[in-house]
Design a protein around this ligand. Structure first.
Ligand SMILES: [Cu+2]
Length: 108
């Protein structure tokens, strides 16, 4: 019986921690249309999440120049990356390398 109560307590604590993390940053959106990231350059804070929404008619990716992340974005789909380090992160589309963007992440 004690073991069961302990298990519930752990689950509840994890849910509270998860909810706190979800509120820790803002969601910043970048649309993809006409073979371009819009806006191509954004500034966010550490803890924020960037969400790409592919409003185009073909598949794209958001791929970090430094290899840190690679988001495949099917038509009509969204993808997210949370930034936990400050810095400037340039990215491109793996299918259309002339599509580029840049994310400036500042410490908060
Ligand atoms: Cu593309």
């Amino acid at each position: 019986m004690r073991v069961i109560i302990h298990g519930w307590a752990v689950v509840i604590l994890l849910q509270i921690a998860g909810a706190g993390m979800a509120l820790a940053g803002q969601l910043v959106q970048v649309k993809i249309s006409n073979l371009a990231f819009q806006p191509a350059e954004i500034s966010v804070q550490v803890g924020d999440t960037v969400e790409w929404a592919n409003d185009d008619f073909i598949e794209h990716t958001a791929t970090a120049n430094n290899g840190g992340w690679d988001v495949i974005l099917g038509v009509g789909h969204v993808g997210r990356v949370q930034f936990d380090q400050p810095g400037t992160f340039d990215y491109f589309c793996a299918y259309h390398p002339n599509m580029t963007g840049s994310i400036h992440v500042s410490a908060n």
